[in-house]
Structure formats: C-alpha cells, structure tokens
Design a protein around this ligand. Structure first.
Ligand code: NAI
Ligand code: NAD
Ligand code: ISE
Length: 336
C-alpha cells in the first residue's frame, strides 16, 4: 500500500522532508500540500514535480479523502491544532518538534489520543534515529560504561537569524537534547538551571549567547549542555556520557581527512540538514512503514510532553536565575 501524505508547511524542513519522501524513500507519496503562503506551496509542488493538490488550509487538507497520513512542518505555534485535527480524523501524523509550544498544548494532544484509543502521533525527534546516538544507547544498555553518572554536551549552530530570541535556545534548540537524554538514560529530569557566560559579540541584541544548561535527572545523573548558536565555525553536536567504568563519545560525522598544504583537516558540517540527513531518512521511512501497517512507533506524544515540561522549566530558569524543579506527572499505561 502506498501511503498518501498531506504536507502542512512547505518551508525549509517541509521541503526537505517532501523531497525525501518523493525521491528517496519508498512506500509514500505526497498527494496534498498547503502553506499559509500558497505561492510557496505551489513552488514546492513545481520544484519537486509532485502530483499533489494545493489546499487552502491545513484543516481542509487533513479531511481530504486522498490523504492517509499528515506531516506537520509548519511553525511551532500551529502544530497543536493540526495534530488534534489529524487525531480526530483518524489519521497518522508526523509532527516536527515541538509537538506544541506549551506543556498544556501537549497534554491536550495526549488526552485526545487516549480518548481516540490509538497511537497516531510520531514526533520529529530525529536524533533517536541517528546511528551514533543509537550506538551510545546500546553501550549504556549493555552496561559497558557501568552506571551513567554525567553527560557533557554541546549544541552549536554557526549563526541564527534576528527572529531567534533567548528562550528559543531552549524550546527550539535544547529541546533535541531534552528528548535525547531522557531516551538515552531511560530517566526523567528533576531540576534545571541556566547560566549565561560572557556574551559573544556575534550575537544580535535579542539573544543571550552562549548559554549553559545544567540538568539533574531523577536518578542523580548530572548533565551540562552548552548551547552556542552563533559559534561561527559550523554545526557541531557533541555528547559524552561518563559512566562508572568508561565514557561513550558521540561519533563525529564521517568526513575525509585531507593532508594538504602543510595541514591535516576534516570538514565540519554547516547545518542540521546534512548532519542528521540519514537520521531524517530513517525517521520518515519508519513513519511511512508504520502508517502502511496501521501502527506508529518512535517518539510519542508523551515524549513531546515530557520535553515540553522540561523546556518550560529551563525557560523559567533562564528568567529566575534559580534552580527550578521539573515535575513529571505519572506516565499513562497507554504510553508504556
Ligand atoms: P520555515 O519557516 O522554513 O517553514 C515553516 C512553513 O510553515 C512556512 O512555509 C510557513 O509559511 C508555513 N506555515 C506557518 N504557519 C502555517 C499554517 N498555519 N499552515 C500552513 N503552513 C504554515 O520553518 P522550518 O525551519 O521549516 O521549521 C518548521 C518546523 O520544523 C518547526 O517546527 C521547526 O522547529 C522544525 N524543525 C525541525 C528541525 C529538526 O532538526 N528536526 C530542523 C528545522 C526545523
Ligand atoms: P520555515 O519557516 O522554513 O517553514 C515553516 C513553514 O510553515 C513556512 O513556509 C510557513 O509559511 C508555514 N506555515 C506557518 N504556519 C502555517 C500554517 N498555519 N499552515 C500552513 N503552513 C504554515 O521553518 P522550518 O525551519 O521549516 O521549521 C518548521 C518546523 O520544523 C519547526 O517546528 C521547526 O522547529 C522544525 N524544524 C526541525 C528541525 C529538526 O532538526 N528536527 C530542523 C528545522 C526545523
Ligand atoms: C532548528 O529548529 C533545529 O531543530 C535544529 O536541529 C537545531 O540545531 C537548531 O538550533 C534549531 O533552530
């Protein structure tokens, strides 16, 4: 069965994902698209030579008979409404992070999914599909490091646009780590604190950059993450898990070592598109295969909710300068 997919939001990642589905992956077809900027939706259809209808809005697209599954790649504040509508229409939905911009928004989605009685949502936390992070998880679960004690991590982007403001370091950027570490450690967060080092001269006025986020899990693992979104030199994701008997280091992306002109060098990638390209492939193929076989796995609405609760606490910690508590409600059996 070919899964007929409707795309809401044809911006940067919407087009990336649509290109993958139509040109690289198997079992899926883009049959419908929409964007608040209709011209942009039509441009994507033309550029990718899609046989897809352009809809006036996301809610109409979700209802369309020739749409089996929905991909939400519009701006974060629009996600909740579309995911709720897809659940109500009984359609599988892949939603880019964040699932919703508030924890309450995620809770509304969880309540709707439970009431509908079936898992419908896969959240776009693609790092879980990255082969490097998967190796780290395998090592932790096989107890090759002993018990994990600490994580040192960094999330660096070369630059960010003017619309990127201080809280986005948490809910747009750190949100990936907030999901990844819960998954790696099989644990939840207990507290968060944010520290602002000296500001880089490359950051514009509305963003504090860099930031250091200190997290503590319920089992006492301590985590420090440097978020530095104007680091200039590249897109660089670092992670070390320190255990009682060893350390797991996130593999660097494969790159040619060049010996030339008295230098030995390796390329550093410049954006998330290439850094997590293979992870996006695996993530979306899993969604298509899941929809085709009437089931969905991977990061759930509950994971989206957990990341949102931690993210809210980190934003609070940015503002208060204090250590903030993170309280996770009990996980419903539905998401066990
Ligand atoms: P973008 O701004 O390039 O694209 C968003 C698109 O959504 C725009 O074309 C906009 O016109 C459209 N849109 C906005 N509201 C809409 C609505 N109500 N209905 C239909 N279309 C609407 O943004 P980008 O960078 O593609 O990000 C989109 C989403 O993807 C965000 O949630 C972002 O957090 C996520 N993202 C995830 C990444 C990852 O690593 N997983 C990387 C980059 C983005
Ligand atoms: P973008 O601004 O390039 O694209 C968003 C698109 O959504 C725009 O074309 C906009 O017109 C459209 N849009 C906005 N509201 C809409 C609505 N109500 N209905 C239909 N279309 C609407 O943004 P982007 O960089 O592509 O990011 C989109 C989403 O993807 C965000 O949630 C972002 O967090 C996420 N994202 C994830 C990753 C990742 O690494 N997983 C990377 C980039 C972006
Ligand atoms: C972007 O939205 C992403 O999701 C990228 O993965 C992240 O590195 C970047 O900081 C975000 O802005």
């Amino acid at each position: 069965m070919t899964v007929r997919i409707g795309v809401i939001g044809t911006g940067m990642i919407g087009e990336e994902h649509s290109r993958r589905i139509s040109q690289q992956l198997t079992g899926g077809e883009i049959t419908a698209v929409t964007d608040v900027n209709q011209e942009q939706a039509q441009t994507m259809v033309d550029r990718l030579s899609l046989d897809a209808k352009v809809y006036d809005n996301g809610l109409e697209l979700i209802q369309a008979e020739h749409v089996d599954a929905v991909m939400v790649t519009s701006w974060g504040p629009t996600h909740e409404e579309y995911v709720l509508a897809a659940i109500q229409a009984g359609k599988y939905v892949f939603c880019e992070k964040p699932l919703a911009t508030t924890a309450q928004g995620c809770r509304n989605i969880i309540d709707a999914e439970i009431e509908a009685g079936k898992r419908r949502v896969q959240v776009g936390f693609m790092r879980r599909y990255d082969s490097g992070y998967q190796l780290m998880k395998e090592a932790i679960e096989a107890n090759r490091l002993g018990e994990p004690l600490m994580i040192h991590a960094a999330h660096r982007n070369p630059t960010v646009p003017e619309r990127y403001v201080t809280p986005m370091a948490i809910h747009d950027t750190l949100i990936h780590e907030l999901d990844t570490f819960r998954w790696l450690l099989n644990d939840d967060y207990a507290t968060a604190q944010v520290i602002f080092p000296r500001k880089t001269r490359h950051a514009h006025g509305k963003v504090e950059d860099p930031q250091i986020i200190l997290l503590e899990t319920t089992q006492g693992v301590r985590i420090d993450v440097e978020v530095f979104v104007n680091c200039q030199y590249g897109y660089d994701i670092q992670c070390d898990v320190v255990g009682e008997e060893g350390i797991a280091h996130l593999p660097e992306p494969q790159s040619l070592t060049l010996r030339q002109a008295g230098q030995r060098s390796n390329e550093i990638l410049q954006d998330w598109k290439k850094r997590f390209g293979e992870a996006f492939d695996v993530e979306l193929q899993a969604f298509i295969d899941g929809a085709a076989s009437d089931t969905v796995g991977g990061p759930s609405s509950w994971d989206g909710y957990a990341a949102a609760i931690a993210s809210d606490a980190c934003v609070k910690a940015q503002e208060s300068g204090q250590i903030e508590k993170i309280e996770m409600p009990e996980r419903p059996a539905f998401y066990a």
